[in-house]
Design a protein around this ligand. Structure first.
Ligand code: SF4
Ligand code: SF4
Length: 528
């Protein structure tokens, strides 16, 4: 990608603000310890980095470590970010949070906190974290934060292939009034290079079990460091407007290391630049390390030909130097030797085998695909087996129609096929388009609430200050008002958070496309 063009917005930053930590977690990717490492950004430098972040927009900034609460100036830094309009969050072990600390966290404007609980069994958690009593203190920390009205998420590192251990953590969290969970699948880096229990098949099965267990439960749970969850969710027919791409490293996300090094994600020790040398904006816009991750044509192996690459992309950290020991980041983060070759290999933990002939988006469609796309525009017959009829018209086997449609969908060329209903003729005479302004951390909850109204359709996430957009078709204005009032009250929104664009006049725009080599229909004014 040429520098500075088509650069996506940076949405999320994970910042290892310190390498000091009272714990000795077995999986620590930064090898944190008792003493601060040399070269850590000072208070003044950290505030200057916040200024640099603001030049790029308003990403969510997660202060993590090490243990971020080990820094004496952590609230000063957080308050500085909050004052600049950033959403400041924190990732912590929770063991240093008492009631006074929770109040300081809230007063510094930290709206979200992720606290690690790896097992509902205190002994298992303490052994993994390397400190007796860590579990008890983390649970207390959750309670103090919940009491202060801070949004709490539980982060769980998967320690065994048994789904029951995850279920137990979620039950524990539910009792503590926590609804959000991130389930971290190990990435072999830092101290966690060996994961004895994990094989690709166990990994795949566990992701599937997590998704199936918690679908439609009100528990907001996301497999993390497991980009294949989007492919697996697809096969289970699950979707969630807040999910985004499986791996967003370098695309919407980066990590700032304690000494100012920038990498695509915390588990990927490939240096993209350093904020002491270059402003973050320049690094985000111009670093070749980040650029290659944004361009699917660099993906290699099966990720390079996979129909799921747009929603998954594979874990770039697991593909990075898979045959060598991951470098210990405390010794300094290295530049990758060749960004494309090093970073864009296939994910060795993926079980999916794309068809050898399967093609990513960059490969042109053949004439049969084009004829099928043309036919889909207005020629789907209203019969019990429409694809059989289309197969005859296209002179191909019926199975081929289905197979081609599936591939077109995987490649994002066909998003979906659905009927167009004339709402007035079924008694829904009032319609409106609605946009809702809601903070990132509430998007999933509010999206679910909106979906409970049967009159709602097209509930989509958009990348702007009103992130949820949907339409309502009701029997009259009164019903529409009732739905909007209900959403506003239940979601705790104010009038200004809801932008309503009622339908005043309707225009039906019949857009048809013409395809190269496919004769245009009579009267078509379509575009290529
Ligand atoms: S590279 Fe791997 S660990 Fe990093 S964000 Fe992507 S999926 Fe997660
Ligand atoms: S082959 Fe790569 S892109 Fe496809 S599902 Fe597997 S990891 Fe994801």
């Amino acid at each position: 990608m040429p520098a500075g063009t088509d650069v996506p917005d940076l949405r999320l930053i994970s910042w290892n603000i310190t390498l000091k930590c009272p714990l000795r977690c077995a999986h620590c990717y930064v090898n944190a310890g008792e003493h601060e490492a040399t070269g850590v950004l000072s208070t003044g430098e950290a505030c200057a980095v916040i200024d640099q972040i603001c030049e790029l927009g308003k990403p969510v900034v997660i202060l993590s470590g090490g243990e971020p609460l080990m820094r004496d100036d952590i609230f000063e830094i957080a308050r500085y970010g909050t004052g600049k309009g950033l959403v400041m969050a924190m990732g912590t072990s929770g063991i240093l949070i008492d009631s006074a600390c929770a109040r300081k966290i809230r007063d510094a404007g930290i709206r979200r906190i992720a606290i690690s609980i790896d097992s509902a069994d205190p002994a298992v958690h303490d052994a993994f974290r390397g400190l007796s009593g860590a579990w008890e203190r983390a649970v207390q920390g959750i309670k103090y934060c919940v009491n202060e009205g801070i949004g709490v998420q539980i982060n769980t590192t998967v320690l065994s292939p048994d789904i029951q251990s995850i279920k137990d953590v979620v039950s524990l969290g539910t009792g503590l009034r926590v609804t959000d969970y991130q389930i971290f699948f190990p990435v072999p880096t830092g101290r966690g290079t060996e994961v004895p229990w994990l094989t690709p098949q166990v990994y795949e099965d566990l992701i599937r079990e997590v998704l199936s267990t918690y679908q439609n439960t009100g528990v907001n749970i996301r497999p993390t460091c497991a980009p294949q969850f989007r492919r697996i969710a697809d096969t289970l027919g699950l979707s969630n407007p807040s999910w985004g791409r499986g791996c967003i490293a370098g695309i919407r996300y980066c990590r700032i290391f304690a000494d100012g090094d920038v990498t695509p994600c915390p588990y990927l020790p490939a240096r993209a630049g350093n904020v002491r040398e270059y402003p973050l904006k320049k690094i985000w816009h111009e670093s070749p390390v980040l650029s290659v991750l944004r361009d699917p044509k660099f993906l290699l192996g099966k990720c390079g030909r996979c129909g799921y690459q747009a929603v998954c992309g594979g874990c770039r950290a697991r593909s990075y130097k898979p045959d060598g020991i991951m470098p210990d980041m405390c010794g300094g983060i290295a530049w990758p030797d060749t960004p494309g070759g090093d970073l864009c290999g296939e994910d060795p933990w993926c079980q999916y085998e794309p068809d050898e002939k399967s093609t990513p988006l960059t490969v042109p469609l053949d004439q049969t695909d084009l004829a099928l796309l043309d036919a889909l525009q207005d020629d789907i017959p209203l019969v019990s087996r429409p694809y059989d009829v289309m197969a005859v018209r296209l002179n191909i086997p019926a199975d081929d129609v289905i197979k081609r449609l599936k591939i077109l969908q995987e490649r994002g060329i066909v998003r979906g096929l659905s009927p167009v209903l004339e709402s007035r003729q079924i008694g829904l005479s009032a319609t409106t388009l609605v946009a809702i302004r809601v903070p990132d951390e509430k998007i999933t909850t509010v999206a679910r609430l909106i979906n409970t109204y049967p009159e709602v359709s097209h509930n989509y996430r958009r990348d702007n200050m009103y992130p949820l957009w949907f339409t309502i078709a009701g029997k009259d204005e009164h019903r529409i008002r009732g739905i909007l009032d209900g959403i506003r009250q239940e979601a705790g929104l104010c009038e200004e958070d809801i932008l309503e664009l009622p339908t005043v006049r309707r225009f039906k725009i019949d857009v048809r496309f013409t395809f190269p080599g496919i004769p245009a229909k009579e009267g078509s004014n379509g575009r290529t």
